[in-house]
Structures are given as C-alpha cells and as structure tokens.
Design a protein around this ligand. Structure first.
Ligand SMILES: O=C(O)[C@@H](O)[C@@H](O)[C@H](O)[C@H](O)CO
Ligand SMILES: [Mg+2]
Length: 402
C-alpha cells in the first residue's frame, strides 16, 4: 500500500485553517490538521516544500515509522512548525488506518474508557458582573465546567475578553493589535470574580482560569493561594513554562491545581513538570504535539504520575483536531477534561464532523476514522486572510507575554 498524493488545503471560514489530505492507492484518504494560529503559512511551506515530496510513495500503514522519519529525518527537532506538520501527517494516517479497519479511531487506540467527554466552555465579560452573567449562560446551556476570564479596570483589552459570546477569536488583525497588562490590578481583581461566582452559583460547577503566561512564579503562587477558597478545577499557564523548575515555587505555595502545555510541542517540554509532579493537568493536544502518536506518549508518561489530560481546544484548532482529540479523550485512561470553544457555523460547514454536544459533554460517533472531513468546494470559497495574535505591553511600554 502506498501514499499516492497529498495536498495542503488552506481555508478561512472566519479564521485560517491548514488541512492536509492524504490519498492512498487503495482509494482511502485521510485528513489532518496543521494549523498554527498567526503563523499558518510557515506550516503550509513546511508541508508542501519539505514533507509531501518525502511521504508520497511511503506505506501509510507504517504510522510509527513515518513519524520517526519526519522527526529524526529533519535533523532539526521540535518546535511548533515542525511538530504541527508532523501532526497533520500523523492524524491523516490514523484516519486512514481506522477507516481501513472499519473502526472509529477510539477503537483502534484501545477502545472506549468512557461514554462521553466532559468539556469546558469560555465565559468572559468586560468586568466582574458581566462575567458572572456569562457564566450563568454557560450553566443554562448545560456546561459542567466553565473557564471564566474578566476584563480588569484600567487594563486595555485584557486577555480572553472577546467581542462575541460564543465565538472568541484573538487573531483579529493583519498586524498584531497592542493590548495592555498590569499584574497588580489583575491580582486584586481576579479573586473577586471567583468569590462572586461561588457566592452566586455555589460549588456544583467546575470553574477554571487562564493566567496566559503573565505572572512571575511568585505572583502565580500568590494568585493560586488567593483562589484556594473557590476550589478551581485548574489555574492554567500561571507562569511561563520554558523554565519548568519555575513551577516548583508555585507548587510549594498553593494547592490550586495547575495546568500547562498548550504551547508545548513534545514530551521533552513536559517531562520535568510531569516527573516532579509540578502540574496536575497536561494541556498538549493532537495538532500541537506531533499528532496522536506522540500525544499518546505524553499521556502515558503523565499517567505514571497521576497527571491527567486537558487538551487545548481553542477555535484555532480545527474540527479535525477536535475530532482526533475527542477520540483520544474517549480512549485515554487518565482523562481530565477537554476544552471546547465552539467553531462558527461557517467552519462547521467546511468540516463536516461526527461529534455532538450534549449535557456539558462531547460525544463522538461511530464513523470509521476520526469522523471529520473537509468539503473542498466550500473550503475554496474562503481564501487565506492574514491574521495575527495580539501583543501585550505594560503601561510604560515594556513588552510582556500576551
Ligand atoms: O486556553 C486557551 O484556549 C487559550 O490560551 C487559547 O485561546 C490561546 O490564546 C489561543 O489558542 C492562541 O491561538
Ligand atoms: Mg490557555
């Protein structure tokens, strides 16, 4: 059996997606996602110029060998562009294998560990009162877990506060928009949001919060400690994780559960955090970390240390990644939660998929493969539109982590 052809499809139904379609000589095809928000074309070139010419003619059944070929064969290892390109191939090959086996992907991975996957949605508002209302709307929609982000008085366009209610997309301009940040103001304000949320809705729902890499380890420890009374499901990216040791300081001071990893690409980025039990949830997802082949390895390492999964699921990960992640979540023994930011109706139409939301959970169907396709004719109606993620600066102009 051979890979006969592979094509990269760039489409922007509301936002940009990079999709890889691989055809085999047996008439079966597979679909993979390689989207890298704000840097999409780098992956397009990596795939078209450097990956597709190598994989045509290879045996699509040899998923592990193709993965090792692309990883070791580049010589230049890791990084978001390389690992997304590998992920796109890997997802398409798993899709092909599962279709050939006539099985939904979760069956091929080892079978169902659960019937449905708990997801969390994004509630956000410009201030505490509007965020409390937004959380109420998610509760009314049936969500069991909700991430809450509030604007902070005196901070311009704080992270996570979108314009719409369901479809927040931060990559909003051809050149990066400039937003603001002030740790002191946020540290005083954010705990008040969670105090009000618990006072209003009680403790039945899981609440989550994203620090988006903005606090120093000491400040993150302070925030984690002050959030303890509100029993968060997790505090995400409380401090940058390039230095994995930084989490030790946070951990020593708070029992608020910690999640990290949406910007990690490999097991090496997470290894020290997992082995030293410095985190509770690992956020790497299929497109971010080299596909299912590598994500499985991360999850297996994590399971040894009782670290659970919490796959990244923002709108910049296409329905193809969401489909693969849901099959992974349905199988993985150490599942924690799945992020679910809804895609727009245009996006959902371009990517017909076999998963559905019900009672705060996502449920995958039994279509062989990962159950997500691309409508190429419709995709062609949405050409690429340059879009960048914002940057953040402190009041005095200093660049900060967005
Ligand atoms: O937790 C999250 O979902 C965020 O941190 C993301 O929305 C992130 O900002 C985007 O994926 C960036 O493209
Ligand atoms: Mg995040």
């Amino acid at each position: 059996m051979k890979i006969e052809a592979a094509k990269v499809i760039v489409s922007s139904p509301g936002r940009n997606f990079v999709t890889l379609k691989i055809w085999t000589d047996q008439g079966v095809y597979g679909i993979g996602d390689g989207t890298l928000n704000g840097r999409e074309k780098a992956v397009v070139s990596y795939l078209e110029d450097h990956v597709v010419p190598c994989i045509v003619g290879m045996d699509p059944r040899r998923i592990e060998d193709v993965w090792q070929y692309l990883y070791k064969g580049a010589y230049w290892r890791r990084g978001p562009v390389t690992m997304r390109a590998i992920a796109a191939v890997d997802m398409a090959l798993w899709d092909i294998k599962a279709k050939m086996a006539g099985m939904p992907l979760y069956d091929l991975l080892g079978g169902k560990s659960r019937e449905r996957v708990m997801v969390y949605g994004h509630a956000n508002g410009s201030d505490i009162d509007s965020t409390v209302e937004a959380v109420g709307r998610y509760i009314d929609m049936g969500y069991k877990a909700i991430r809450a982000q509030t604007g902070v008085p005196g901070i311009k366009d704080a992270y996570g506060v979108g314009r719409g209610q369901l479809y927040y997309e931060p990559a909003d301009a051809t050149l990066p928009s400039v937003t603001g940040w002030d740790t002191r103001k946020a540290l005083n304000y954010v705990p008040q949001l969670f105090e009000k949320l618990r006072a209003t809705y009680g403790f039945d729902h899981h609440l989550l919060h994203d620090g988006h890499h903005r606090y120093t380890p000491q400040e993150a420890a302070n925030l984690g400690k002050r959030l303890e009374p509100y029993q968060l499901f997790w505090l995400e990216d409380c401090t940058p994780a390039e230095n994995q040791e930084a989490f030790r300081l946070v951990r020593q001071h708070t029992v608020t559960p910690l999640a990290v990893g949406e910007i990690f690409n490999t097991i090496w980025d997470a290894k020290d955090l997992i082995e030293n039990q410095l985190i509770d949830y690992i956020r790497t997802t299929v497109v971010g970390a080299g596909g299912l082949t590598h994500l499985r390895r991360i999850a297996d390492l994590a399971s040894l240390y009782q670290v659970r999964t919490g796959c990244h699921g923002a709108t910049d990960l296409s329905p193809v990644t969401m489909g693969c992640a849901l099959h992974f979540d349905t199988w993985v023994p150490n599942f924690g939660i799945q992020e679910y930011m809804r895609h727009s109706e245009e996006t959902d139409a371009v990517f017909p998929h076999d998963y559905r939301f019900e009672d705060g959970h996502l449920i995958v169907g039994e279509t062989p493969g990962h159950g997500v396709d691309i409508d190429e004719a419709l995709a062609a109606r949405y050409p690429y539109k340059q879009a960048c993620l914002p940057v953040a600066r402190l009041e005095d102009g200093t660049m900060w982590s967005w």
